[in-house]
Structures are given as C-alpha cells and as structure tokens.
Design a protein around this ligand. Structure first.
Ligand code: PLP
Length: 487
C-alpha cells in the first residue's frame, strides 16, 4: 500500500470496526467454528504475487471474524475481562505507526518518557506511595506484556538479589512460595528458572486467603530442611475466587526475613484501587508498606486493550542489577551517564512496544472519575447478579462475591442434602449446557474439590439487561440440567 491507498484502506477498516461494535451484541459470544476450520479455508502457501488489499480485508470479515470469541461482547462473563476501548485501539494504531522498539531512551525519547510519566500517573491514581514513582529516582514503574512476565521478572530479580546476599547457598536450595490459588504464573516462573515451587495452604474458612501464620510456619520448616525461600508471590484477587491474601500479615512476618521478596500480583483486582473506598487497609496500605514489587494489568479491568501490564518496584536497582546486559552496540551517551531510564534493563526482552500511548489516551479521555465510574458500575452489576443467586432456591454462592466476580453453583433444595460428588456431577452437566450456549460465556473452576462456576463482569457494554439475561439463561439451563441428571 502506498500512503493514499493506506488512507483509503484505513477508513474502510475503521468503518468495519464500527460496524463490528454495532453488531457485537447480536453475534454469538463464543465462536462456533470447528478445530482446523481456517486451515481448510486458507491456501497452503503464502501467495506468490501480492493480492489486492480490499480482498484481504474482505477475507478478514469472512474468515477471521467467525473464528473470534467476542471478549468485548456484553454477555462475555468468562475468565477475567480484557476491557477495551476505542481510545486504547487508537493508541495502539499510533504506536504501531511509529513502529518503534523503544528499548533505550535514545531509541525514541518520547517512548521512555511517556512510559515513565504514565506509570507515575497510574501509581498516583491507584494510591501507591511516592517510593514507587519514577520521579523518586529509586523505585519506579515499567510496562510489561502480561502479569506472567511481570511475575517472572520479579522472580528473576529476587533470585539475583538472594544470590548476591548469600553467594554460598546453592541454587537448588532456593524455593518460590505461592498458594494453591496463585495464578499459574508462579509455577511457570519455577519451570522457566528450574526452581522448586512450594504451594502454601489456604483455608476455606479464610476465604482462600494466605495468612501470615502459614507463612511463618513454612519458612521455619523449610529452613530446617535446608531450603531457602527467596520470593513469595501473594495475590490480591485470585483467579478462581477473587480471594485476597492477607498482605498485612504476610508483610509483617517477612519483616523478620528481609531477603524474601514480596511480589503482589493484583493482575485483575488491582485496578479497583482507583476507588478510595476499595483500598482496604490489608491491601493497598500493606502493599505500600511491605511489597517489594506490585503488578496490575490495565489490559484486564483497566479499559486498555491487551497488552499493558504495569509493574512497580520499590527499588529499580533490583531490576537493573539482575537484567542489565550492555554490549557496545547498545551503549548510548545518556545511558552511560545514567541520566535516563533505559527500559530494556527493566524487563526480560530487548525491544518493547510503545504501550504507554494507549494508557495515556485512555486515562486522559476517561479521566480518573470516568475510570472510577466504570469500576463501580461493574461491581454494582456483580452485586445485582449475586443478589439473584442469593434469592434463588436453586443456586448457592460458593464464596462471597468478590468485587466484580461471583462464584456459585447449582444447589437445588432437596429433602436430603446432596453429597459433594452428586452436586459436582449435577454442576458438570449444568456447566456443559451453559458452555453449549451461544449467547453467554462463563468459565468453571474448582475450590476445595467443589466444582463451581464463575461469572466475571468487565465488558464496557455490559448493563443490567445483560445480567438479567444471564440469570434467565442460568435458570433455564438449571431446569434442564436437573432433569438430565435425574435420569
Ligand atoms: N494473575 C491473576 C490473578 C490472574 O487472574 C491472571 C489472569 O487471569 C493472571 C495473573 C495472568 O495474567 P496475564 O495473562 O497478564 O499473564
């Protein structure tokens, strides 16, 4: 495409994206295609001669859109949201037009400087203390691809710090602490680094939150068997049930073990800190007091298109000491002088996307108050859904609703209470029926052997009518599931 052809194709693309959003609600939430559908539809090789771009764009509509699961659909309640906005899309478009790998300040000063500023805006918006601001010159924030990358980066830095502090301790003795509710990013970090991961117990009576006393007990046990925990990954808002680890208690215990890095993964729930009333003392205050690093994802509940995971550290040197490799071809005057941030030393890769642009667009267009309104709306909608569940004789909450997540199951009133196995069987049938629906999408989980269903709210266009519809669908499918299960 030349510039004028790009202009024409670009207008057409935007028109089609608008049409997509106008028609989103009428589409099936979950793609209906069968595995391999695209291989059958596409030629086996790339074309020898270039094709007309109109045809290519038409094929996107014809072949790709039917294979999409529509995460922005107002009845998408699965996983956690990836709420996206037009502001974010335009940010991505401009970023890709600059096509800039932005690894050093000198690569394009605007990329680094905007990221440093936007990370400070975000830190303030979320209520982090100035220790984490880039302007502190000591702590700071960086954008990563995903919470998994943020977690891995933190674990790599934690390992380096520990090894520097204790050079005689063999690497095989190092352990990463997670809980049974930690996202798989903890296990992944262990896998990638070849380190042992210890899964700490959490109890149902603590709403699946990690407690300080558990941490102290396992540290003592591990030290006795010659093992050295060097990082603990705590979670605010676990994936299965939205549980919130007791960061205050854990932080207090770790005061006695200053060589253990506390990484707080709040990939989903961290965004709620924009609302002052949602900053619990056991959460934000404790993060401010104790966390070595903290991560939350704008690309989940933060109105920014994937990807934009934000990671803050109390001491940036912990990242750069672990990750700075500077061959001659990457040296720059400002980098040598140490007067600028070179973000390549704050993450695992080298080249990086210009992600701060879309976050900047979103924060400016929504404003802090618009952002808070959106978060509060999602929570109110979830409270509405939870109230339907509570009032129903057929459904039961498995855990208390957490922010914009409800975990529930089908539990019809029966003369004799149903055994766990029978309830699980019934709920699997129920979930099987829900999964076959085209008009709604939810995901399942297990908590202490209980099969349950999660409903997470976050799509920008979800309103009360979609919550009501979701509940009506549940009631309808519950009736059918009970019939099928009786047979
Ligand atoms: N942490 C939590 C608590 C999550 O719920 C998720 C995903 O749902 C992740 C981390 C992983 O996020 P990412 O895809 O950004 O790695």
């Amino acid at each position: 495409l030349d510039i004028e052809e790009f202009r024409k194709a670009g207008y057409k693309a935007i028109d089609r994206i608008c049409d997509y959003y106008y028609s989103l609600q009428d589409k099936p939430v979950v793609s209906q295609v069968e595995p391999g559908y695209l291989r059958e539809a596409l030629p086996a090789e790339a074309p020898e001669d270039g094709e007309d771009f109109d045809t290519i764009q038409d094929d996107y509509q014809k072949l790709i859109v039917p294979g999409l699961t529509h995460w922005q659909h107002p009845s998408f309640f699965a996983y956690f949201p990836t709420a996206c906005t037009f502001e974010g899309m335009l940010g991505d478009l401009y970023a890709s037009s600059a096509a800039n790998p932005g690894f050093n300040w000198a690569c394009s000063p605007a990329c680094t400087e905007l990221e440093a500023v936007v990370m400070d805006w975000s830190a303030k918006l979320l209520g982090l203390i100035p220790d984490f601001y880039n302007t502190s010159g000591i702590g700071g924030g960086v954008m990563q691809t995903s919470a998994s990358d943020s977690g891995l980066t933190a674990v790599v830095a934690a390992r380096s710090r520990f090894v520097c502090l204790h050079p005689s301790i063999p690497l095989e003795s190092l352990i990463i602490y997670v809980t049974s509710q930690t996202h798989s990013l903890g296990a992944k970090a262990g896998l990638v680094l070849g380190l042992e991961v210890r899964v700490l117990d959490v109890r149902e009576e603590d709403a699946f939150a990690l407690r300080g006393e558990t941490v102290r007990a396992v540290i003592d046990q591990d030290k006795e068997r010659g093992k050295y925990p060097f990082v603990l990954i705590a979670t605010v808002g676990t994936t299965s049930s939205g549980a919130i680890d007791r960061i205050d208690e854990i932080g207090e215990v770790l005061q006695d073990f200053p060589d253990i890095w506390l990484h707080v993964d709040a990939a989903w729930a961290g965004m709620t800190f924009v609302c002052p009333e949602l900053r619990g003392p056991g959460e934000l205050q404790a993060i401010n007091k104790y966390a070595t690093s903290f991560c939350t994802n704008f690309h989940k509940w933060g109105l920014v298109n994937f990807d934009a995971s934000t990671l803050w550290v109390r001491d940036r040197k912990l990242l750069t000491d672990a990750l700075d490799i500077t061959p001659e071809f990457l040296r720059t005057k400002h980098g040598d002088e140490g007067t600028v941030i070179d973000y390549r030393n704050w993450h695992l890769g080298l080249g990086r996307r210009f992600r701060s642009l879309k976050v900047w667009f979103v924060l400016r267009s929504y404003g802090a108050e618009g952002f808070r309104r959106y978060i509060r709306k999602c929570i109110e909608l979830n409270n509405l859904f939870a109230s339907y569940v509570l009032e129903s004789p057929d459904f039961a909450l498995v855990t208390q609703p957490s922010l914009a997540l409800t975990v529930f199951r089908l539990q019809p009133e029966t003369e004799q209470p149903l055994a766990l196995q029978a309830l699980n069987d019934l709920n699997r049938i129920f979930y099987g029926r829900l999964s076959a629906r085209r008009d709604i999408h939810l995901t399942q989980t297990q908590l202490n052997g209980v099969f349950c269903i999660r409903l997470a709210i976050g799509a920008v266009r979800t309103d009360e009518s979609h919550i009501k519809h979701a509940y009506d669908v549940l009631v309808e499918e519950a009736g059918q599931a009970i019939e099928a299960w009786k047979q």
